[in-house]
Design a protein around this ligand. Structure first.
Ligand SMILES: N[C@@H](CCC(=O)N[C@@H](CS)C(=O)NCC(=O)O)C(=O)O
Length: 265
């Protein structure tokens, strides 16, 4: 059995998968992708993951893309501990919690809201992607379809994060979403009842990211006590330390990324 994950340090979607791998105590091999040097746009990676995004899982030769599909696949293949409720009603509930965070524009929220050097680096990286993609398309005509779709997506992404009004609209959607979580967590210990599930794993990464982006005033100081205590519980699990706290970008990758972004080399 080999589990290989193409992942990036600090990537929210990679963290969701790493949390589930840690919850299941699985051994896996990392293939680190440097998003700052735009390694995800290189032809070899685009062939593996046509959208040019992380994560990608390879399990015994099978390629699985998309974090939600990967966590479900892992739970199916490695059911100890099972992170999907047995009851169909609860399964549907789990799926709707996973879908809710998937539908939310986390990417735009992050790239639009990070302040300081981190924000500058992230926003510049999207501009560079927009410039690089037409060149890549020309050099690799066999990947034209994939690069064209990526360019369309990147243009949209770039225009949203430059638009303060659009970012404010996205930000305004956080509170109602957290309201739904608070309502649920006032009734149950985890999102789908008494047992921790895949929904809790993916929300760990999302809530932690909202915390990093300083949206924690939406639950701290008794604003949403059930949510606050839920996040504390999620953070005290060993999976949080393994998948998130220890998820630091290696210095050499950071330096290579900063050189690419600021010096173009
Ligand atoms: N729906 C996909 C989204 C993947 C995604 O957007 N990944 C981000 C990192 S969290 C990425 O690779 N961004 C780089 C890019 O789009 O160029 C999933 O959940 O796996």
């Amino acid at each position: 059995m080999t589990l290989e994950l193409f992942d990036a340090s600090g990537s929210l979607c990679s963290q969701k998968v790493k949390l589930v791998l840690a919850e299941k105590n699985l051994e896996w091999k990392s293939h680190p992708i440097n998003l700052l040097t735009l390694e995800n746009l290189q032809p070899s990676y685009m062939r593996l993951n046509p959208k040019g995004v992380v994560p990608t899982l390879i399990h015994d030769g099978r390629v699985i893309t998309d974090s939600a599909a990967i966590v479900r696949y892992l739970d199916d293949q490695f059911p100890y501990p099972k992170l999907t409720p047995a009851e169909p009603k609860l399964q549907a509930k789990m799926n709707s919690w996973i879908d809710l965070q998937n539908r939310f524009s986390m990417r735009e929220l992050m790239y639009g809201n990070f302040r300081g050097i981190k924000g500058i680096v992230l926003r510049r990286s999207v501009q560079i992607k927009e410039r690089l993609l037409p060149q890549l398309m020309e050099i690799h005509p066999e990947l034209k379809k994939q690069y064209t779709a990526k360019l369309k997506d990147v243009r949209q992404w770039n225009s949203t994060i430059q638009n303060k009004k659009e970012i404010a609209n996205i930000n305004a959607k956080i509170e109602p979403m957290l309201g739904r979580l608070e309502e649920q967590l006032s009734q149950t210990h985890w999102l789908c009842g008494a047992t921790y599930s895949l929904a809790d794993a993916v929300w760990t990464a999302v809530l932690n990211r909202l915390d990093e982006l300083n949206f924690n005033y939406l639950w701290l100081d008794n604003t949403r006590p059930a949510l606050e205590s839920y996040l504390n519980r999620l953070k005290s699990r060993p999976s949080f330390r393994i998948a998130i706290e220890e998820d630091e970008i290696p210095l050499s990758m950071l330096i290579a990324g900063l050189r690419r972004i600021f010096l173009g080399i």
